[in-house]
Write a protein of this length. Structure first.
Length: 243
């Protein structure tokens, strides 16, 4: 199959200039490379405050940022809310990390600042805390064991019926109390795990790509088996490190 004939996938990268802390850009890079290895042409569309919303995307990714960036992003995110909800109901896969994970809930209340409105895809809310939750983290999930690095003071509480991404084996997770980490709604995944997350967790990366490809093309004609030995080594090292 020539490059011209290969199927393609479009990734929408939310706010790459403002929400790109702790290596979250690596999630996009991992999706691009693994998508290419699976036989797809990959296109990344960066969307910053005020940019026009693309009409067709196959996968949405967003990261974390500083409080100043989060204030700007929270207000701009409101104009995307209807489209993001539509994509969520259409099972467009999404991965949002840390700051954007918080804003995909109902609100984020910083310490001593204005309440930042969320868009309510997750039934969750976040308030700023006095204790920083930081360190290597291991989580049991439907994708198996996820490994990453958390660094947040936001305390996220899941509402009734809201499913977490997983249960904490090592680390604090959403709030350091109830053992939950992240949240899931249909094909939308939120998490506090940096590291970045997807290079260390290829099963999750491939699940997002598979959902995007099958949503666009139906029964997949192209899906390669990849050698994840290096990623497995990185996972084992991360799991062995102390908090």
């Amino acid at each position: 199959m020539s490059a011209h004939d290969r199927p393609s996938l479009r990734i929408l990268h939310l706010y790459p200039q403002h929400m790109n802390m702790y290596g979250d850009w690596g999630n996009v890079l991992a999706l691009v490379k693994r998508g290419q290895w699976h036989g797809y042409d990959m296109q990344v569309i960066g969307l910053n405050p005020g940019d026009e919303i693309p009409t067709e995307v196959d996968l949405v990714v967003g990261g974390g940022g500083q409080d100043s960036g989060q204030v700007l992003v929270s207000h701009d995110l409101q104009r995307l809310a209807d489209q993001l909800h539509t994509w969520a109901e259409q099972d467009t896969p999404m991965l949002v990390i840390c700051g954007l994970y918080q804003l995909f809930g109902h609100f984020f209340q910083p310490v001593g600042g204005e309440r930042l409105p969320g868009i309510g895809i997750f039934n969750a809310q976040t308030v700023g805390g006095s204790k920083r939750m930081i360190g290597n983290t291991v989580v049991n999930s439907t994708f198996g064991e996820l490994v990453g690095f958390e660094n947040h003071s936001g305390v996220t509480t899941l509402g009734q019926g809201q499913q977490p991404l997983g249960q904490v084996v090592k680390g604090a997770g959403n709030n350091g109390k109830d053992g939950t980490e992240g949240a899931v709604y249909r094909q939308v995944y939120g998490s506090y795990l940096h590291g970045s997350l997807l290079p260390k967790n290829p099963v999750l990366a491939d699940a997002l790509l598979h959902a995007a490809a099958s949503g666009k093309y139906g029964a997949l004609q192209q899906w390669n088996t990849l050698d994840d030995a290096v990623a497995d080594q990185a996972r084992n090292v991360a799991k062995s490190r102390p908090r």
